[in-house]
Design a protein around this ligand. Sequence first.
Ligand code: CIZ
Length: 328
Amino acid sequence: MNAETSKNSLMNQTEDQMIDEIASLKEQKRIAIYAHYYQPIEIQKIADFIGDSLGLAKIAREREESDIIVLAGVHFMAETASILNQAKIILSPNFQAGCPLASFLNVHIMNEYRAHYPGAPRLAYVKTTAETKAFSDVCCTSSNAVRVVEKAAQEWNTDTILFGPDKNLATFVENRTSLKIIKVPEMGNCPIHNFISMNDIDKAKKKHPGASLLVHPECPVEVQNQADFIGSTSQMLQYSQNNPNSNGFIIGTEMGLVEHLRWKFPNQSYYPLNSAAVCKNMKKIDIRNLLAAIRSVGTPRQSQYEIRVNSTQAAQALQPLERMLKYS
Ligand code: CIZ
């Protein structure tokens, strides 16, 4: 099927037909679909694995059954999967799915801060480009940031850490350690989480009295301070399973996680802290472009969907990721 025929046939198919075709093609071509918790729920429902970025990258490393992975998530997630799985083919259904937070930090900015704090380790949150990771000493995710920072401080024998790019996660870490956390840059933030406000908490608590408030550490610190629990997506999921509350849970993160929890745990009640917390980049992946990526496998069009971090950069970026895995 050439590109034009493929496009035309996609335009004429219903969503159910496309989902059936995805299911049969991924069997035939031995392709695995990995989806982040922030993906549209219809993508999560057809995925082989759902998780946070690190969880997905680790599964890709452990699983042998497929050498081709379609990563339904934003660009840095596909890059991370490529760094950790150089022998596998990683496809992204939409190269336009970027991450505004990752754009806050680059090698030039890191270098400027480094000049002021030459002995401090450079810590890159997982929401960074492969290039930034390659220029860092250690990576972290929102679930292991505190532990990783403490271990890095010990290894570098310093009390100062260069931490980028999320200022709210940096404050979260700073408040839980006695270390000096330098935000690189000062104002880096995820617009979806940073937009969640105290007003949202007032409204949600009035509407759902008695519900537990779970928020992501990328939310502003005043919002974090009101929470019953602060954690990453997978930690929020775990918390709600370990601490059932008949009055439900108010979830302070991107809407995809709320939809995931409602789907997987229908006996509990989950309410968004702000239902406008929708990452438009995550939602750039849809059934149509996912099918187009899967159809491309084994054709000349496959290269249009491939994300491959080159081997030199991957080897450099692997070190901070491996260091994180060792620390956490
Ligand atoms: O690590 C991830 O996937 C992100 C970006 C957030 C989270 O809490 O899972």
